[in-house]
Design a protein around this ligand. Structure first.
Ligand SMILES: Cc1ncc(COP(=O)(O)O)c(C=O)c1O
Length: 338
């Protein structure tokens, strides 16, 4: 422990050394353009003032979307669903976006094609800008930005992640709306994720305010027991994940039984399989929770089946039978072999 001059706090904690294969650092890789309120501007000009409302009060809603390489070209995964969620998040916060769903979807395609970067991660954000310093956001203009850049795996580890139950709960209902993908919610996510990492885990699973399983810091969660798939309903303070919806749809089409039901943490310990879903995490198996190994510690059959379907469709190797892909005219850096 080193003490910093002038501070009443010694260094609070240090993140443990990260074993390379279990944790990935992902510095942002720049591209050329960012879409801002209808125009493509240079990457380095996409800046905001330190007195912008969003910086002080977390007043922004955002999305995270992936564009996958295909055998020919690339495709954005569930673009309209993501942009509809952006509009929904904005509506919850009384934030008027001056763009329609179609315009926002077209903007995503434009910025990807302008940058010529795929596969990539896309980050649309609508924020309250520079205007007034009071808490009421009405005097601060709404600004919309969309950036895209290359991005790899979010939860590393082929054989499954080692995770923990967080000591932090997800937001209680009627405090911060969990159905809005709002920047401010990610202060809670940061507490969950940092606690997990400091203790040597890859991710944390939060319980809701009643002690029932909610979700990961940035992922929805599924448990499989006796061939049945369980996931917490949205009322357990979980985000309505687009990938969660994909998993539910794919599982039903595979003839599997899926139940959206509240359950306690111990149900995870005794499950046959547990996995995360999310745009960043995709379909990520979980190997252990609180150092309790899930079943035999190997990736389960149902997780594998769902992951195969998910990646098959996303990478254009299986028919896009649910209409989930929006093609973009960019050849993938590393084309998917047909
Ligand atoms: C808190 C939280 N839950 C769940 C998810 C998964 O949602 P999606 O599948 O739409 O990415 C995310 C990621 O966006 C998230 O941040």
């Amino acid at each position: 422990m080193t003490s910093r001059i002038g501070s009443r706090y010694p260094e609070v904690y240090q993140f443990p050394a990260r074993p390379k294969e279990r944790f990935t650092l992902m510095p942002i890789q720049t591209t050329s353009k960012i879409w801002h309120n209808g125009n493509l501007i240079p990457w380095e000009d996409a800046t905001i003032h330190v007195l912008s409302h969003v910086i002080h009060y977390g007043s922004a809603v955002f999305e995270g979307i992936r564009c996958y390489g295909q055998p020919v070209g690339s495709a954005v995964y569930r673009l309209p669903e993501h942009m509809q969620r952006l509009l929904d998040s904005a509506k919850i916060y009384r934030m008027e976006l001056p763009f329609t769903l179609d315009e926002l979807c077209a903007a995503v395609v434009d910025v990807i094609e302008a940058n010529g970067v795929a596969p990539c991660y896309i980050r649309p954000i609508a924020l309250r800008g520079y205007g007034e310093i009071g808490v009421s956001p009405k005097g601060s203009p709404v600004e919309v930005y969309i950036a895209n850049f290359p991005w790899g795996k979010y939860i590393a580890g082929q054989g499954g992640a080692d995770v923990c139950i967080s000591s932090w709960n997800r937001m209680a209902p009627n405090t911060m709306p969990a159905l809005a993908k709002a920047s401010s919610n990610y202060m809670n996510s940061q507490l969950i994720r940092m606690e997990a990492e400091v203790n040597g885990y890859q991710e944390g699973i939060a319980l809701d305010v009643n002690g029932l399983v909610s979700e990961g810091s940035g992922e929805n969660i599924f448990a499989v027991r006796n061939g049945v798939i369980y996931t917490p309903p949205l009322a357990n303070s979980a985000l309505s994940g687009i990938t969660r919806d994909s998993v539910l749809t794919l599982a039903r089409h595979l003839g599997l039984t899926v139940i959206e039901q509240a359950f306690p943490r111990e149900m995870l310990y005794i499950a046959d399989e547990v996995f995360f879903s999310g745009t960043a995490a995709e379909v990520s198996p979980i190997r252990s929770i609180d150092r309790i190994v899930i079943a035999d510690g190997k990736v389960g059959e149902i997780t594998k089946k769902i992951a195969d379907e998910f990646f098959g469709i996303a990478n254009g190797l299986k028919p896009d039978r649910f209409g989930w892909l929006t093609p973009v005219k960019v050849s993938a850096a590393d084309p998917v072999p047909a």
